[in-house]
Structure formats: C-alpha cells, structure tokens
Design a protein around this ligand. Structure first.
Ligand code: FBP
Length: 262
C-alpha cells in the first residue's frame, strides 16, 4: 500500500477532490445552467482553493489546461470513463495509460469499477494493470467504486455500498469513492468494511448549502475521509463560499451550522 497520508492529494488525512469529468460522463447537460463552466479553466481556478486537495479530470482536459495550473493544483488523472451515449451494460473505456498520466504530471490516478456489471471481470483486470503500474510511479489509486448493472443499476443500498468499499480494499485501491448509502450508520459500516483504506463520498446532484454540508458532516462523523465532488461545487454561483465551509467541515470537523455561520 502506498503511504497515502504523504500524498499531496491528502491533507491532514483527508481529501477534497474536485471532479470535472462530467462532460464525458453526463454530457454538456450538466453545464446548461452554468455555461461559463464549459471552459475548464474556470473550474481549475476554483480548484486553486486551499480546501481542494486534487482535481479529477480526463486526459484531454489535463493536456489542454493543467500546464497552466500545475503549480497550484494537484492532478488526479481519471484513466477510464464512459459517455451517457453508451446504452450497454455499465462499462468504462480505458482512455489514458499510467505512463502518460505520469508524463502529464499526475499526483494520483482514478479508475471506475462497476462491480456487478457484466463487464466486471474485464474492468477488474484493467484496474489490476493500472494499479500495479501506478505503484511503479508511487501514484495512489482512487477507485470510483460504483456497483451497478444487471439487477443493480444505480444501487445505493447499504449492503451494496459496504460491498463497494470492501471490493476496493481487496483490489488494492488507496481511496474508495462511493455514493452515500442513505444513513450515517450505513456509511460507518461501509468505512469499517474498508479496513485501513480511506473512504470518501461522491457528491451527487446539486442540493442546498445546508443539506449538502449536513450530509458531509454526517459522513465525516461516520469515519469517511472526505469528498469527491463536482456539481455541488462548480454548479454554484459562488463555489468559493461553499469550499470555505467544506474546508471547515472536512478538515476541522466543524458542524454544518458552524461552518455556515463563520
Ligand atoms: P458529482 O459530485 O457531480 O456527482 O461528481 C462526482 C462523479 O463521480 C464524477 O466524477 C462523475 O462524472 C459523476 O459523479 C458520475 O456519476 P454517475 O455515474 O452516478 O452519473
């Protein structure tokens, strides 16, 4: 296992990863209400906030924009991804090699595994290659551990999320990013199932400041080590205000109320 606490993508044992791979995963629809965010530079600017420990992007965005931000932003290169145009059983094409991610200046790697998909076997084999190659560069691996497919589509039930964290531990992830399983108790169990591997919560679609911060507070209380978030930050008119509050809730373990009052 990589000494993950020494990684630049971890601050005081926690991480706040700003994700912006939505143009591939969901399509331009996620930018309809914030068309200015179609320009990736605007989100890289947001990622310069101290609360953000890494920005997760696909290869093309890294190639085109990261050179201007490499002094101020840590790069998490997402190695696979798939579009919403794909209608088949959940799968994710490997779009970037570990060698090329390292060449682009990556500080960490990201990889989706859809446990339960008909493509699980191939995805896990691809994950194996990326994880082992990443070890040669000391690049930590963040698994987007999203069981889905067949009878499991978009499943967030507690037993599934616990399986997602355990699967990530056993396959050699350094951090597992999972959906919220519906309650702090369920998140605490998912964290227990992960052993000494860090679990972070996936952001989800935009909610109110209070609702979102309260959920983050609850998962931090449950032992999660942070967040990988996209829309809940960059779809906001003032992402900095929310990042100021997230910094308090995640790294200082403040309550949502206290973070919003400050
Ligand atoms: P959000 O916080 O906006 O949900 O982003 C996190 C993320 O994992 C992104 O990296 C990715 O584009 C998206 O969610 C995928 O979510 P889903 O597969 O559920 O549509």
């Amino acid at each position: 296992m990589i000494p993950i606490d020494d990684s630049p993508i971890v601050r005081d044992g926690k991480s706040l990863i700003l994700a912006m791979d939505h143009g591939l995963e969901h399509g331009p629809v996620d930018f309809e209400e914030v068309p200015e965010k179609l320009d990736p530079s605007t989100v890289f600017e947001t990622a310069t906030h101290d609360a953000v420990s890494a920005m997760a992007v696909q290869k093309g965005i890294a190639e085109g924009y990261y050179p201007s931000y490499e002094d101020d932003v840590n790069l998490l290169l997402k190695l696979n991804g798939t579009s919403n145009l794909w209608m088949g059983e959940p799968d994710s094409a490997v779009n970037c090699s570990v060698d090329y991610a390292a060449e682009l200046g990556a500080d960490a790697l990201g990889f989706t595994v859809y446990g339960g998909s008909n493509h699980e076997i191939e995805m896990v084999e691809e994950f194996r290659d990326a994880q082992e190659k990443g070890r040669e560069y000391d690049l930590p691996m963040v698994m987007w551990s999203y069981p889905r497919g067949q009878g499991l589509k978009n499943d967030t039930k507690p037993s599934t999320i616990s399986y997602a964290t355990r699967l990530a531990l056993e396959l050699g992830a350094d951090i597992a990013k999972v959906k919220y399983p519906g309650s702090p108790e369920a998140m605490a169990h998912a964290v227990d199932c992960a052993g000494n591997m860090k679990v972070i919560m996936s952001g989800g679609s935009k909610t109110s400041d209070y609702e979102f911060l309260s959920q983050v507070e609850a998962v931090i209380d449950a032992g999660a080590k942070g967040l990988a978030v996209g829309r809940n930050v960059w779809q906001r008119e003032d992402p900095t205000r929310l990042l100021d509050a997230l910094e308090k809730v995640i790294y200082e373990e403040a309550t949502a109320d206290a973070a919003l009052e400050a």
